[in-house]
Write a protein that binds this ligand. Sequence first.
Ligand SMILES: Cc1cc2nc3c(=O)[nH]c(=O)nc-3n(C[C@H](O)[C@H](O)[C@H](O)COP(=O)(O)O)c2cc1C
Length: 247
Amino acid sequence: MVSRRSFLTVLFTVLVSFLSSILYGAIGIRFRNSRVEKHAETLNLNILKLPKPKTIGKVSVEEAIAKRRSIREYRGEPLTIEELSQILWAAQGVTDPINMFRAAPSAGALYPLEVYVVVKSNGVIGLNPGIYKYNSLNHEITKIREGDFSYDLFKACLSQEWVKNAQVNIVITAIYGRTTWRYGDRGRERYVHMEVGHVGENIYLQCVALGLGTVAVGAFIDDQVWSVLGNPKDEAPLYVMPIGRVL
Ligand SMILES: Cc1cc2nc3c(=O)[nH]c(=O)nc-3n(C[C@H](O)[C@H](O)[C@H](O)COP(=O)(O)O)c2cc1C
């Protein structure tokens, strides 16, 4: 038979643990909420989710190939965020979310390329001038440098006027190690460079379909382009692609 004293002890223990679980839960939720808010603040400041890209357009692939030219003069009108979203998707967007395959082919699906956008003042409606890095997996851009770096990039590209005049410049870099661990020298000498060609052509064709103009720029001082990007570790710049509205 349970004595009155042991009954009260059990009741007390149950009550204490019940109250402490409520208290702990409340503190835990509050702590978690403050972390979520902090994370959201960071997102607001630096990360921009891009509009969903279209997979159906008005220009056929044949027309885009037929019309593609290297365009070096642009109207000084800003791009829209939808246009920028579409270009980045064409470059490296995920087109098969199950296998995480992307718009351009990649040897062994190792994806050694990174994509940056150098946005000049009034280059994209609603976007501050700066340098943004594209995140393929979430289709978003992260601001890594604030300010207009189009003049610095123009100097790094041997003063090619179209780099300075374009609304945005896409810069494609490579992290060779992602490919060479599997393919060795063949990865460094061939595969990574073949891949940047695929990405460049996708950007060219997407620009035609949007009524925009671009040109693949390979003549630049590597170290200077690299420092414009903020010296990203293990990355080597391969292409700069100025983009603007055709005249
Ligand atoms: C690897 C590569 C590097 C290039 N580098 C430059 C460059 O630095 N500056 C430039 O104005 N055009 C550059 N171009 C663009 C070529 O000049 C252009 O493709 C060529 O004149 C043919 O014209 P099209 O693209 O209109 O067919 C480059 C093209 C390639 C494929």
